[in-house]
Design a protein around this ligand. Structure first.
Ligand code: HEC
Length: 125
């Protein structure tokens, strides 16, 4: 039989984990706004900027935002690939390793910061 104190402890742990996840995404939202919003929009139906709209980017095929004029380098690298967390991590570390010659110049060397940004991107659905 689970004792009531254990049950309370388990519930507290579960809500801490959920809070940590939400908190990571919240911190990521701030980082993403500061670092990406000059070129990107994030909400459904928002117009593309210098970069494409990023709504629903996790799970989306590369270079597939309607109406955005991707570079030839980006289109060449996109074939058959979908944005998952691993590829986004590589992209944010150094976009040129994913699509050599593409038009987004951005380097985030801090893994924890990349993870926060990706946690926020995951919420855009
Ligand atoms: C100076 C402008 C600029 C900044 C800042 C910028 N991007 Fe980009 N981004 C672009 C451009 C331009 C492209 C398209 C590249 C191409 O076609 O060669 C792009 C493409 C992308 C793509 C691929 C989209 C697709 O449809 O396949 C992702 C993902 C992305 N950016 C994420 C980010 C994130 C996250 C940040 C912030 C950490 C960021 N970008 C910051 C300009 C920028």
């Amino acid at each position: 039989m689970i004792r009531i104190t254990n049950l309370i402890a388990m519930l507290a742990l579960a809500s801490t984990a959920a809070y940590a996840q939400d908190n990571t995404a919240a911190l990521g939202k701030k980082l993403t706004t500061n670092n990406c919003a000059v070129c990107h929009t994030f909400n459904k139906g928002e117009p593309n900027g210098q970069g494409p709209n990023l709504f629903g980017i996790v799970g989306k095929p590369l270079a597939s935002e309607p109406g955005f004029k991707y570079s030839a380098a980006m289109k060449a690298a996109a074939t058959g690939k979908v944005w998952d967390e691993k590829l986004l991590d590589a992209w944010l570390t150094d976009t040129q390793t994913v699509a050599p010659g593409n038009a987004m110049t951005y380097f985030e060397g801090d893994k924890a910061r990349r993870q926060k940004i990706i946690a926020y991107l995951r919420t855009l659905h």
